[in-house]
Design a binder for this molecule. Structure first.
Ligand code: ADP
Length: 496
């Protein structure tokens, strides 16, 4: 039978989805299940790995059933997943020995402090591209070995396996035949040396992690094993962590391409080419999706903790909008702001400032300021924070970024996109496809399965709208200067 479709497994923090794409890269059907969040302690976040696997299996079965598409017509499966989330399971039974510890979970802060006291900060930054933080998998894995009864002995006897969510799904879907991951996911563990492209012995020793637990690391677009469905074997041919998959979906296999995903937080990634640069401006270096017969590309990454979340704050806590969508017409009908800035440091300041004690603030309130001005300033803050990260990227690379590709829920706001372009003084390019992360995973799989060529991939992404700068340079300079001043007043590092 002719292969007509590609499937993406999109395993995110809040939901698990299966999406079918046709050869044009259009969505045929989506099946989705919400994921239960477990908060067993303050700062702890867990998922049930079995629930994740079952949800992926169920949504996979239901898209095929709902569409009546025969498994034989599926060329390949691509997987994209929440990054860093850590699972440890028994090699013989395939049963997890503990819940998945989610990327957001910060129970391992003390282990991180210990690593810093051991003087490993600079080593980790130079060799993994990361900063020491509870966010990454390495310390989560150590915590499981230290705290689950009997885990360390079993691990040392070679009886336990570790994986991020992609590895876990591959292991379960291949009935334990494959224990592997891809470069993008490996680069988020804080255990993988992104210069040498291998698991880092120094860090495995420091965290007391037996090497036998770790998955094989493969090219993102390659064969990862097969999924059986009613007697048909469908190959998994693409794997990538969510942000790198989005970068790939946005055409980011080319040096110099940058994308920003405006979701709850914002994630900016820039393909920085084949040379490894450790950031000197508060950014992370990570691996971009890898392709066969091509050198590895590095990406610079900056995360903004509060992006669309500040719009949710306007709706749920301030109760001054009914829905996120309303912000666009409010911004358009409110005159340009003069010196009013909302700094949404609700969870501290992320890249490039890294000030965890900072709190949110509003500057420049005068008697004529009402709720519409506050709403507009909150929307504009997404664009200012993006400019801060983009500027840090340009400083690290010494090269200008020429266009920003955008996706995520808040990128549907036309006022925000125009303001972003005005502020950056570059075009902002929004694609028609909103499921760019899943599409990126599908593209990786489609390339390896020879369902698509490189040429096809380049034409699948269709432009919805390109926003171009409309303000003069003096206005731009003044606005951004005001923002930087507001940031300075918010940073706790300036307090005496
Ligand atoms: P996530 O994947 O992080 O759940 P989404 O990509 O679905 O996020 O985007 C949802 C976020 O975008 C929410 O925080 C919401 O407040 C914000 N958002 C959605 N639509 C708009 C809009 N038109 N203007 C501004 N923010 C929006």
């Amino acid at each position: 039978m002719n292969k007509k479709y590609i499937i993406a497994f999109d395993q995110g923090t809040t939901s698990t989805r299966t999406i079918i794409f046709d050869s044009q890269g259009h969505i045929i059907s989506i099946s989705q299940k919400e994921l239960t969040q477990h908060y067993p302690n303050s700062g702890w976040v867990e998922h049930d790995p079995i629930e994740i696997y079952n949800a992926q299996k169920d949504t996979f079965a239901s898209v095929l059933k709902d569409t009546g598409i025969d498994a034989k017509a599926i060329a390949a499966i691509g997987i994209t997943n929440q990054r860093e989330t850590t699972v440890v399971w028994d090699k013989e039974t395939g049963e997890p020995i503990y819940n998945a510890i989610v990327w957001l979970d910060n129970r391992t802060k003390d282990i991180c402090e210990h690593l810093k006291n051991e003087g490993l900060e600079s080593y980790i930054h130079k060799n993994t591209g990361l900063v020491i933080d509870a966010y990454f998998s390495g310390t989560k894995l150590k915590w499981i070995l230290d705290n689950v009864k009997g885990a360390r002995q079993k691990a040392e006897a070679g009886k336990l396996l570790f994986g991020t969510i992609d590895s876990w799904l591959i292991y379960k879907f291949t009935n334990g035949k494959q224990h592997c991951t891809d470069h993008t996911n490996a680069s988020r563990t804080m255990l993988y040396n992104i210069k040498d492209l291998k698991w880092d012995e120094t860090l495995l020793n420091a965290l007391e992690i037996p090497k036998s637990m770790l998955p094989d690391v493969k090219t993102s677009s390659s064969y990862f094993g097969s999924v059986e469905h009613n007697g048909t074997a469908i190959p998994i041919c693409g794997v990538a962590g969510d942000q790198q998959a989005a970068l790939f979906g946005q055409g980011g296999s080319v040096e110099g391409i940058a994308k920003n995903t405006y979701g709850t937080g914002c994630f900016l990634l820039l393909n920085n080419g084949k040379d490894y640069v450790a950031s000197e401006n508060g950014l992370l270096t990570t691996l971009a999706c890898s392709l066969p017969n091509k050198h590895i590309d590095y990406a610079l990454e900056g995360s903004i903790f509060i992006g669309g979340a500040s719009i949710q704050w306007l709706r749920d806590k301030m109760q001054i909008i009914d829905s996120a969508k309303d912000t666009e017409h409010i911004c358009n009908s409110t005159p340009a702001l003069k010196d009013l800035y909302v700094v949404p440091a609700f969870a501290g300041l992320g890249a490039p400032y890294w000030d965890s004690n900072a709190k949110g603030a509003i500057y420049g309130i005068t008697l004529d300021i009402g709720k519409n001005e506050i709403i507009k300033a909150t929307v504009e803050a997404l664009a200012y924070q993006t400019k801060d990260v983009l500027t840090a990227m340009e400083e690290d690379t010494g090269k200008p970024i020429n266009t920003l590709k955008v996706d995520g829920g808040a990128s549907s706001n036309n006022y925000l996109m125009q303001f972003q372009s005005d502020l950056l003084n570059i075009p902002v390019d929004r694609p028609k496809m909103i499921e760019i992360t899943a599409l990126g995973a599908a593209m990786l799989a489609g390339l390896h399965a020879e369902f698509w060529t490189n040429n096809d991939i380049n034409t699948i992404r269709e432009v919805d709208q390109i926003f171009t700068p409309k303000i003069d340079s003096e206005t731009r300079r003044k606005k951004y200067k005001g923002w930087l001043n507001a940031i300075k007043r918010t940073q706790t590092t300036n307090e005496s």
